[in-house]
Design a protein around this ligand. Structure first.
Ligand code: 0RA
Length: 646
């Protein structure tokens, strides 16, 4: 069968059909490209466009990126880079900018030289943003002209045209997009989430000015981030609420074997290791070769220095990696041309050449630094030696929990009401504040798959205590034993006895405190559980609204008022009874199950660590030395929700 093309209608050649098919695939399975279509995916659209502008900055052609959240939750991202090419591509026969906007992974087609942010969920290409936007417009200033195109759901609606003349040296790209309501379940941007990532990007890309402005009514605000000192400022920021042991941040910025290496570190008087690692601006939560190289050099150099200075003469042992990282705040950022990402969440660097590059550089740099700064060297050495001494004590305490944590039922804590099923994927455990609520939960639960562990004693603040004290705490030991994974070097996620670990506390200040203590513990000692998505927060109702035999539960005041209105009818005078729950204990077993534990009806908040830096900040605010920020936080305790995935 033959068909003659009608010249008056748009003619789709093979190339364009490919294009439409490509973007159609993105719209059919958006999750494959941006991870999710909820809040997280929505924010990824902005990151994707910003990443392109940052790439242009990394290549040395831009130093300014701005983000605007408009009134209707559409977004504009603008940079002062070279501008996306507008000339017609010799093979694809369409302008470069159209190629970039409509062809998956087109970026590499015209520029191989610069580093590309291309791991994790980012780096899918701006065409994915186009495919998932009901509207997208792009302005390019280049070659003395401003050019313009627009699109609907990925399809070109206005071909490339020229708008006006501009100065010869005035260049840049501006992208406006409105996320498609047909795709996203969540369409409202969170300023704090975007601002936090943009601030992080400014630390990671020194000298680039990144600004964000919120134009939404009642939300108007703006921030501008510029870190002239790069990671040095990042570490100073991370240590701002801690007590540094030495004033100067140690800083390295170099290139070795084509790998860009930037490292900043400073010790504080705490006991945690706060090290963040990045590859091409992507947070490598799972670490990888760059981190391995850094850690082994740090351990080696500090041990060598200890030998040289006779620090270990009396003690006569070597310092372990954990010892030399106690109280360390460090950010390590590498730029790699062809990164190989591995691991469960594709956030682990695999390139072996990066390990040796980082190791060699850190060996040289740190050895020289310690030689030249004996006062700082002494402080670091003393910290590590005291950590090593505590390590012995810690190991004894750990042995105790290890012996208890065998899967043998006989060793499970007596307070635990375990479930009868044994498949962890089906099982959940409620960590319940107080014995009385624990009792109701035990009565009301579905005993096949719901286990209850009442917590009564004080949970230790793990932010302020050294590890041996943490593991000596009875409540902590009970939790570790019940969860089953072990801790630290023994940690094994496949031994988790439950895939849902649900924190259930009262809706008051004490409850918020206990909840944060538990979250801090998991975040510091068992972060893998958070990464695996096993940690949840129960959402008990705040009010019971009843009229006669009818009863309803409300989870906030707005809901309470709506129910009251409905029940009291037009006269506003019927006998409506409102009860405010202060504690879980005020509910009987059935009420607790119906409102908070029934998988069919409950709402759980899943705790996520994607914004690890933000999370760390929150944990420090909550658990650090400064009382005032903590008090404010607990009072406005809803803030935690911004870090949670519902
Ligand atoms: C490829 C080549 C060139 C610029 C870009 C991509 C580019 C893309 C984006 C996306 C957002 N902002 C951007 N800025 C630049 C330039 C090639 C040349 O001029 O030689």
């Amino acid at each position: 069968m033959t068909k003659t093309a009608d010249q008056s209608e748009p003619r789709y050649d093979a190339g364009q059909i490919q294009v439409l098919k490509g973007l159609e695939a993105v719209r059919k399975r958006p999750g494959m490209y941006i991870g999710s279509t909820s809040e997280r995916g929505l924010h990824h659209l902005v990151y994707e466009v910003v990443d392109n502008s940052i790439d242009e900055a990394l290549a040395g052609h831009a130093d300014r990126v701005s983000v605007i959240i408009h009134e209707d939750n559409s977004v504009t991202v603008e940079d002062n880079g070279r501008g996306i090419p507008v000339d017609v591509h010799p093979i694809e026969k369409i302008p470069g900018v159209e190629l970039a906007m409509t062809v998956l992974h087109a970026g590499g087609k015209f520029d191989k030289e610069s580093y590309k942010v291309s791991g994790g969920l980012h780096g899918v290409g701006v065409s994915v943003v186009n495919a998932l936007s009901e509207r997208l417009k792009v302005w390019v200033k280049r070659d003395g002209r401003e050019h313009y195109m627009d699109f609907m759901r990925g399809a070109t609606t206005t071909k490339l045209k020229q708008l006006r003349d501009v100065g010869k040296n005035e260049t840049g790209t501006k992208v406006y997009f409105k996320p498609d309501y047909e795709i996203f379940t969540d369409l409202i941007y969170r300023y704090d989430t975007l601002a936090s990532r943009l601030r992080e990007l400014s630390f990671l890309n020194k000298g680039v000015t990144i600004s964000i402005r919120d134009e939404r009514v009642g939300e108007e605000k703006e921030d501008t981030f510029l870190a002239k000192g790069g990671l040095k400022e990042f570490v100073a920021h991370l240590n701002a609420t801690r007590k540094p042991l030495h004033p100067e941040v140690l800083y390295l910025d170099t290139t070795k074997d084509d790998v860009g290496i930037e490292i900043a570190l400073q010790y504080n008087d705490g006991y945690n290791d706060t090290t963040f690692s990045f590859v091409n601006n992507i947070n490598t939560h799972e670490g990888g070769t760059h981190l391995t190289g850094f850690k082994s050099a740090l351990t080696r150099v500090i041990n060598a220095h200890a030998q040289k200075g006779n620090f270990l003469k009396k003690a006569d042992f070597t310092l372990s990696g954990d010892d030399v990282r106690e109280g360390l705040t460090c950010v390590l950022s590498v730029k790699v041309r062809e990164p190989q990402f591995e691991g469960q969440t594709k956030t682990k660097l695999g390139n072996s050449e990066v390990e040796s590059a980082v190791k060699t550089c850190v060996n040289e740099w740190l050895a020289a630094y310690l030689d030249e700064h004996p006062r700082v060297a002494n402080i670091i050495l003393e910290k590590a030696v005291s950590a090593a001494r505590a390590r012995e004590a810690a190991r004894k305490a750990r042995d105790l929990t290890r012996r208890k944590s065998a899967l043998d039922i006989g060793n499970l804590p007596g307070k635990l009401a375990d479930c009868s099923l044994t498949d962890p994927a089906l099982c959940e455990i409620y960590l319940v504040e107080g014995d009385s609520a624990g009792g109701s939960a035990k009565q009301g639960r579905k005993r096949e798959f719901q286990a209850i562990l009442p917590l009564r004693g004080k949970i230790i603040n793990v932010e302020k205590a050294r590890i041996d004290k943490v593991f000596a705490n009875e409540e902590i030991r009970t939790i570790i034993t019940a969860v089953g994974t072990g801790i630290k070097d023994d940690f094994d996620i496949t031994k988790a006895r439950y895939h849902k670990i649900i924190i259930m506390t009262d809706a008051d200040v004490d409850g918020a405190h206990i909840r944060t203590l538990l979250l801090t513990f998991f975040y510091r000692q068992m972060p893998e559980l958070i990464e695996a998505g096993y940690i949840y927060i129960a959402q008990p109702p705040l009010f019971r609204v009843a009229r006669g035999k009818e009863e309803y539960y409300a989870f906030d005041m707005k809901e309470r008022d709506e129910i009251m209105k409905r029940l009291s009818g037009p006269e506003g005078k019927a006998n409506v009874n409102v009860q405010r729950y202060k504690g879980l204990g005020e509910m009987n077993a059935d009420q607790l199950f119906d409102t908070t534990m029934d998988p069919e009806r409950r709402t759980l908040m899943k705790v996520g660590v994607e914004e690890a830096v933000l999370a760390d900040e929150i944990f420090r605010t909550l658990m650090g030395d400064e009382v005032e920020p903590r008090r404010q936080f607990i009072e406005a305790n809803a803030k935690f929700a911004s870090n949670l995935d519902i």
